[in-house]
Design a protein around this ligand. Sequence first.
Ligand code: KIV
Length: 271
Amino acid sequence: MSVNKDVKRVTTHTLQEWKEAGVKISMLTAYDYSMAKLIDAGGVDVILVGDSASNVMAGHETTLPITLDQMIYHASSVVRAVKRALVVVDLPFGYYQGNSRLALESAIRIMKEAGAHAVKLEGGAEIRESIERILTAGIPVMGHLGLTPQSIYKFGTYTVRAKEEAEARKLKEDAMLLEKIGCFAIVLEKIPALLAAEVTKSIAIPVIGIGAGGSVDGQVLVSHDMLGITTEFTPRFLRRYLNLAEAVRNAVKQYVEDVKTGNFPNEHEQY
Ligand code: KIV
C-alpha cells in the first residue's frame, strides 16, 4: 500500500492507510469559509466542523444549544473552502440520541445540504443503533469517547474522564464496539495517556486524541484555542501556536487611533 502524504484529497481510506503505516494524522476545527481556507492551505488532514461552534462562534457556555440548521450553515461554508482535507461534521445534541431514524435523517441533511464527507457522534453502546443506521446509508461515522461535551450535565465538570477502572473498562469496550460496527475513526477526549495508548493499540481504526497523550494516531485541537483567539480556556493539553487575540486587539487599537487622528485614509488610500 502506498503511503503518500501529498495526497490530493484526504479520504477515510487515506487515514486508514496512515494508521497502518504509522503516519500521524492532524485535525483542527473550522466553522467558516475564510478560516477553513487558511487551515486547509496549511495542510491539515481533517477539518472538524465541531459543535464547539456553539462555544467559540456563538458564545454559549456548552455545546448543547447549537441546532442542526446552524451546523449545516457552518459546515457548508467550510466545505466551500476546502480542497484537500476530509471534512467531518458533528451531529449536534438532540439529533441522534435515542432516535436512530432522526439520526439518519440528520446525517443525510448534513451530507446533502452541506456537502460534508463524514459525521461525528458522541458516545458508545448507548448510541449503537443510531450509528448503525447512519452507516446503512453509506455515510462514514467518526466516534467520540472519553470527555463527551454533549453529556456535560451528566459529568458535572470538564475534568479528565476514565480515571477509574469501571469507566476505563467501558471506554475500551465502547472503542472496540465502534470499530466492530464500522466507524472509520474515533476521537478520544481528555483521558489518561496510558489508557489512550492501550485503546490505540487494541483497535485497527485511527484514534485521534485531544488531551489523550502522544501515543494515539493523530491529534485534534479547537483552532480558536491553538491560535490564541480564545484566551480564558487553558487546559494542560492545549498548546498555543499564536496569540491572535493580542494581535487583533492591537490592530483594532491602531485603526481606531488612525481614524480618530485623521491618519487613515491617506492620499494613496482614496480615489
Ligand atoms: O466540537 C469539537 O470541537 C470537538 C473536538 C473537541 C474534538 O468535538
